[in-house]
Design a protein around this ligand. Sequence first.
Ligand SMILES: C[S@@+](CC[C@H](N)C(=O)[O-])C[C@H]1O[C@@H](n2cnc3c(N)ncnc32)[C@H](O)[C@@H]1O
Length: 420
Amino acid sequence: MENRKDLIALINKFFDKKVVNIDDLIDDYYLRNETNLKRSECILVMNSFLRYAYEFDQIIDKCTIKKISKNNLIIKNILRMAMVELYILQRPSYAVIDSWVEISKQKKRTKPFSSFVNAVLRKIISEKSKIKISTQQKIPQWLWMSWKQDYGVDVANKITEASLTEPPLDIYCHKKTNLDNQFIEIEKNIFRKSKAGFVEDIEGFEKGQWWVQDISASIPAKLFSNIKDQKVLDLCSAPGGKAMQMISMGAKVTCVESSKQRVQLMKNNFTRLKFNPEIINKDILDWTSTKTFKYILLDAPCSATGTIRKHPDLIFLKNKNELGKYIKTQQTLLEKALSLLSTQGQLIYCVCSVQKNEGVKQIDHFLKKYKNIRREPVKKSEFTQFEKYITKDGDIQTFPYMKKPGGMDGFFISRLYKEY
Ligand SMILES: C[S@@+](CC[C@H](N)C(=O)[O-])C[C@H]1O[C@@H](n2cnc3c(N)ncnc32)[C@H](O)[C@@H]1O
């Protein structure tokens, strides 16, 4: 019962503001509370809750005559939480119903709804198998519509279904590691395990033999021609995955990152890996360099819609209006990157998004405006392993439904070349 109270308090806090990501809330919760609730269970419940909330809401709506008002989100959260227990954790229905009815009785605000909770949960149990929810209804409408507009109904549905599945764990091994047999090598140096668990417990973590990196996030750095012994400017660096990859490829990396907190996270990663790149904790737009760089990677802030599998809180944290903000920021950062790029230099632009506005349309717009830069199309002959992800323009677009089993993050990557 105590664990359930902690879980509902945590999710109510998330919905109270919808500004703090769930990982930060969980970290804060464990910092402030003594609890029996296992962290792994907490993460599983929170992620399942956020992943299936839209689908559960459709079922709840079909099992109630009375609509639950927006002000009564706390009751909806109790029902959603009970559904996580019933359908994800597969707990016995009598125990789940009893517990949540009991919890609803304990607060003045929820007490009048305890018999409602009881009735709705019983109805859900008897009706759920007969209720069909379309893929489109499992995610916010604006998001599904944006994917439909960009790629059509079939792809929009495939992105949605894949975005709502639990992702595997991919790690990039820079040193030989004695991994257990749950890991399989899915590409050179990249190993995949179907369930993440606690990464700190995996062999080689303390020794700095690997870092967590989705297979698609490892593509951008590979597109540079040859960065061994070369200086590379890594713009928007934290938490440092791509920087570590480029260092392990032999590059001399300069990282620029604006967030102080994320710089600390990145420094911890570098210390663990025994890497020591130059780090500049500044907003790129306020930073100037006397020299230009032949190789620049810009991993721009974005809507992150390619990573919903890993961060289901994005379903609630992002909205249509935010997209416009990101697009403007990406434009400014691209222009700044161009000013720091040497003539005949390569600029790799990437975003962990599947929105065309942040990807191909962003680059098309940029190339129209600046005639001294062009695409350097990625060729199938260069990277046979990425063949399926290369677009007609020679960019890379991955989707969460690719690289089965397990999928991959959605990423857009464009390789650009400065002619003069
Ligand atoms: C997508 S993440 C980068 C991930 C990183 N490249 C990696 O591989 O681990 C984007 C990062 O850009 C940073 N950022 C956003 N705007 C920035 C700016 N104007 N100047 C510097 N960093 C910025 C954010 O704080 C965030 O850490």
